[in-house]
Design a protein around this ligand. Structure first.
Ligand code: AMP
Ligand code: MG
Length: 317
């Protein structure tokens, strides 16, 4: 864990919202209310800022995050919409609905937000405070629930403060969240599929689409947490705790072990997290077996090692 930082309490005045937007654009972590729950926001295009989300929450794994944008035009710059997605967006955005959609190329979205995959979870919140912050930030904002990992979501600023004081830069307090549960998440990999129940009832979505939603169990063999197909794993074989490259291997370094690429030459776990998926993709593109230097199992090292262990686990075929 990094040293405690000062967490500034802000209200929801125009000046405070402008400040929150500026802080987010500058790479800071700012918790803010949406109509569902309080989100812990960071610039979704800034690897370092997004890595700080995982650090602040103490998340032991890199789950993909929902990116928040103020309007459909911004959403369409990031993702491709099919007919069903467009219909749901027209009917329920802004609101408590998240759509997981194919990410367009060259969007600058941090690979930590998509867990290295090529789909992005997108939401347009309705809360005027959240809208103001997104407009002021001028960037897509990654925001998981603003609670320490494993604890329940925060629906008041006091909950956020109790859980994250000293770990984030600022909190916008605009009272309790009206919906109080997370957004409903719909994916489209094999037809419109309910990935998480939430603030918009399934019946409303189904009546909008004129059909029944699929469930992940029906069409995805990989339904256990963190095993979503959207999570990236390299094609090459991966060997962990390598202190040097064996013949023919591509070595990913850390600290004193330099490697062909490094996660962090200074053994900084925040930097290593920020670089993780980018460096894995580089190594994968080379096409050699991959070896990875040991990563300390503390702080963000837990999430990094979780991802590396999955990459190194034996696979079918
Ligand atoms: P939270 O971080 O608490 O807001 O929860 C976000 C939820 O969205 C998690 O259940 C993620 O697994 C899900 N999610 C985010 N991005 C994606 C994605 N690209 N594909 C599938 N699920 C996603
Ligand atoms: Mg959560």
């Amino acid at each position: 864990m990094t040293d405690s930082i000062e967490t500034t309490k802000l209200g929801a005045s125009a000046a405070d919202i402008a400040e929150a937007g500026q802080r987010l654009a500058g790479g800071e972590l700012v918790a803010f209310p949406t109509e569902t729950v309080y989100g812990l926001g960071a610039d979704a295009t800034n690897d370092h800022a997004v890595a700080r989300i995982f650090e602040a929450k103490g998340r032991p794994s890199f789950n993909p995050l929902i990116a928040h944008v103020p309007n459909l035009a911004s959403a369409e710059m990031l993702c491709t919409f099919n007919e069903d997605a467009r219909r749901l967006a027209d009917a329920f955005w802004p609101g408590a609905l998240t759509l997981v959609l194919p990410l367009k190329p060259n969007t600058q979205i941090s690979s930590l937000v998509t867990a290295g995959g090529n789909s992005l979870a997108l939401r347009i919140p309705e809360s005027t405070t959240a809208q103001g912050i997104l407009q002021a930030a001028g960037k897509p904002i990654a925001a998981p629930s603003a609670n320490p990992s494993g604890r329940i979501s925060a629906t008041t600023a006091a909950h956020v403060f109790a859980g994250l004081n000293g770990r984030i830069d600022a909190i916008i307090d605009d009272g309790p969240c009206p919906v109080g549960v997370e957004s409903t998440i719909i994916g489209f990999d094999n037809g419109a599929t309910l990935l998480r129940a939430g603030g918009i009832p399934v019946e409303a979505l189904e009546s909008c689409l004129g059909k029944v939603l699929q469930t992940p169990e029906k069409n995805a063999p990989l339904s256990s947490p963190g095993q979503l197909a959207s999570h990236y794993a390299p094609n090459a074989r991966v060997r962990l705790n390598a202190t040097e490259a064996r013949t023919g291997e591509f070595l990913i370094g850390f600290g004193d072990i330099a490697g062909d690429e490094t996660l962090s030459a200074t053994a900084n776990l925040l930097e290593a997290a920020a670089n993780l998926f980018r460096v894995l993709h580089i190594a994968d593109a080379v096409g050699k077996p991959i070896a990875v230097a040991p990563i300390p199992h503390t702080g963000l090292g837990l999430a990094i090692n979780d991802r590396l262990n999955r990459a190194a686990a034996p696979r079918d075929s």
